[in-house]
Design a protein around this ligand. Sequence first.
Ligand SMILES: [Zn+2]
Ligand SMILES: [Zn+2]
Length: 501
Amino acid sequence: MTGNMKNPQQLLPGLYQFLDTCNVYVISRDNGSIAVDFGSGDWLQEFEKLGLPPLEKVLLTHHHADQCQGLLKKRSWPFEIHAPVGERRLIEQEGVKEFWEGRRNGGVPASYSVLPRGLKNVTCNLAGFSDFNWRGERLRFLETPGHGKGAVTIFADVAGRQVAFCGDAAHAGATVWKPYNLEWDHWTGSGAMAAYEGVARLSGPRIDLLCPSHGPAINEKPRAMLKQLAKKLLGFYEAKGSICPDEPDNYHPVKVVGERIQKCLKGVYHFGTNGYLLMSRTGEALVIDAYQGDIPSLEKLLELLGHPRVTAATATHYHSDHSDGLPIVKKRWGARTVLHPRVAEPIRKIGEIDCPWLPSKAIRPDELMPRTGKWRWNEFTFTVAPFPGQTWWHAAFLVEIAGVKVCFSGDNYQPSTRWNGTGGFSSFNGSRFIEGFVASSETILKWKPDLVFNGHNTQFRFSASYHRKVIAWGKKSERVTKALCPSGSLEKDYYLHQPMR
Ligand SMILES: [Zn+2]
Ligand SMILES: [Zn+2]
């Protein structure tokens, strides 16, 4: 849309739009001008050519780098810089430093777009539902969180019109610029709900002209568009709810045999947070999902079993709480590390793929399983397949143990009372709808196991209706999320990873 937009463009007498890494809007009065957002700063050349009164203030709608990266180009500017109160920690120097130091720790980051270093001379004083005096005029601020938890919309009167500068709260076509920014964590709809509330709130006041940070300004029924967007955001929030509504939990009974150790089946034990141990009739043991924090539990279990030889260890997916114990199991017990190619991909070199919960050190397998096919360990034949869901880099293993078909399913599926029935979906984690959860539910429907042994210590009976619901949820969620994308394409606007197939 921006391709055929004029640059700069006069939207109203005294209001200009400059195309930069974001839209920069300038309000000019007799003796001074203010800018809403700053982009790369390249727009200043055009601004100067127009001969407008000098820039006195820059007001930022939110902390994202595309809104304000150009402010880092100079130590001091001849204008004041103001930002929302609630965005302080991701704009000022100290908070930004802290952010980057902790960026790799844990899951979804506090933001997907932060300046490389914080701003020096910024005043974070744009408080929601208050105002600010500029040359006798009131600029009003309304909280519209989403792209930033503290993001604001700025209201101003220009040429007798009420104009709203909404940052990335809304985009033309009742969409949201890069909607993954509404994923504030890896599984809940809290960001979507906050964005919904903000947009619903924004649809209240009279808006003659809505000026978003990306795409065209909107003068045709902006409030109707915002109402439509609010509905879509509610749909996105609902997509973050149960993936298997109305399903019973179907827990499989296990026997506690030690502290944090359960016997799940003859020859199958669960230990710690995520680990499973399978015993072979040869007396050897196999570990599925090895978390560093679970090693003491594994030690106890091995003692209980009379110190069997651990000959192999694998992981359902790359997340550190399922994989970072593999090097220890190898070192301590000599187990070979056997990985599915998908699982091996993000951890053979840490940092190559920017995804959450990476182990701190690279893990290289001694042996790779086939992408789809069979892998044998003693008397057991594992059917292996990619199993994308919570993350793209995930596999599942189907194996018959004493006449019972068990699927080791990692973090994709949970009984319905646990976390909406899933380990969550978020773009940063490489979750996908049709190609992810839907495809994996189709795989497991073909496999028809008796039991599903999942991560985080849940063992439950397989149910076809559960997976038919997941498929329905996945298809609907894909539609709903697509409807939020300005380009209508998840690849372009929502998915952060374009992983190898
Ligand atoms: Zn943004
Ligand atoms: Zn996981």
